[in-house]
Design a protein around this ligand. Structure first.
Ligand SMILES: NC(=O)c1ccc[n+]([C@@H]2O[C@H](COP(=O)([O-])OP(=O)(O)OC[C@H]3O[C@@H](n4cnc5c(N)ncnc54)[C@H](OP(=O)(O)O)[C@@H]3O)[C@@H](O)[C@H]2O)c1
Length: 331
């Protein structure tokens, strides 16, 4: 089968596209004929060797997938050949990735694709949607009527946070770096979308929520806590989920006397069962028209290295040429 893989970690040049054996599904696994693979910043960190996890070489790239069950191994009860499925969390913690014609995947990581949703869109919502859901609901306990702020509402995680927070009945403010992406945030349902390059963050947030933000979903790798913590409401919760090298100062005087919380998490610590609960809400919201995956640009499997270079120049290099997800189309 054709696959995009690496034999060692390093820059995008280490990515190869070639033939590897088709995996055999073991007990509890389905063999999925992969149609689409969405890329995430985490794929870049793993490929580069910046984040270390167990890896078997050749290591196939990619975590998020959509495709069709080709056949099932023993003890598979939930899925049958022909079922359309999507999911995330492959390529992590020693599991092989999905940027290949086939992938053998534990059925706990599989979710049904709602009717009418294209493979490219199902893959595009996988990790970012589960991450948005875990942060908003499992960690921050978002309630109806609360005020949410998420920087980067046209980005991968940000676009999911905006839509899910609206689906839950929150008031949502977000930001983006260009007029077209600000428009996109409004189309996704944001009550307020402003340009983070030109606006005064503190003044804009205070006008949006004079009492402060109840759930601040920080998506940036360089959080500025001295500026942002004072913008929380009393009992406000701030979700921190990016920036392994960041060492921001914490303004304690505006933090603990107002019962605020900082909540960190990494999506890969959530069990398959916990992630299924997120997926189940996502599927319902897609069916209800409340959740729309955003695809920014697609690449064929043969151009997997180019796809990673493009994502890297945007998500790390902040080139500003991307709104939504980079997706590799496998066939
Ligand atoms: N902890 C976890 O489990 C977990 C899971 C998934 C992702 N992550 C991390 O979350 C981060 C975001 O991931 P992603 O996939 O959403 O990335 P992304 O698609 O590249 O989105 C980044 C967003 O940040 C915005 N942005 C850039 N500079 C900004 C600034 N100064 N102020 C406000 N917004 C700004 C961009 O807006 P414009 O494009 O409009 O300029 C873009 O929308 C990454 O660091 C990733 O590693 C963590």
């Amino acid at each position: 089968m054709r696959a995009a893989y690496i034999e060692k970690t390093g820059p995008p040049d280490v990515i190869r596209v070639g033939d590897l054996p088709v995996p055999e599904p073991g007990p509890g696994q389905a063999l999925v004929r992969v149609k689409a693979v969405a890329l995430n910043p985490f794929d870049l960190y793993l490929r580069a060797g910046i984040v270390k996890m167990p890896m078997t070489f050749p290591y196939i790239l990619g975590s998020d997938f959509a495709g069709v069950v080709e056949k099932v191994g023993p003890e598979v009860g939930m899925f049958s050949p022909g079922d359309r499925v999507w999911g995330s969390n492959q390529g992590l913690k020693g599991r092989q990735g999905v940027a290949a014609e086939f992938a053998a995947i534990d059925e706990g990581w599989l979710n049904p694709i709602p009717e009418g949703l294209a493979d490219v869109d199902a893959a595009a919502m996988a990790m970012v949607g589960i991450t948005a859901h875990l942060g908003l609901f499992h960690r921050a306990g978002l309630k109806e009527g609360e005020a949410v702020y998420v920087p980067g509402g046209a980005g991968g995680v940000g676009s999911m946070v905006v839509q899910m927070a609206k689906a839950a009945g929150a008031r949502v403010a977000t930001s983006a770096g260009s007029p077209d992406r600000i428009d996109l945030c409004k189309q996704l349902g944001a009550d307020l979308a402003f340009n983070y390059k030109t606006a005064d963050l503190a003044a804009t947030i205070r006008e949006f929520g004079p009492e402060g933000i109840d759930v601040w979903y920080e998506t940036q790798r360089e959080p500025d806590l001295p500026t942002t913590v004072p913008l929380l409401n009393t009992r406000g919760r701030m979700v921190l989920m990016a920036g392994r090298d960041a060492t921001p100062a914490l303004p304690l005087g505006s933090f603990y006397p107002r019962d605020c919380s900082l909540l960190g998490f990494a999506m890969f610590n959530a069990s398959a069962e916990e992630q299924q609960a997120c997926a189940s809400d996502m599927i319902r919201w897609v069916r209800e028209g409340k959740l729309r995956p955003l695809v920014g640009r697609t690449f064929p499997l043969a151009e997997a290295a180019e796809a990673e270079r493009f994502l890297e120049s945007n998500t790390i290099g902040k080139a500003g040429q991307l709104a939504g997800k980079v997706v590799i189309l496998v066939d």
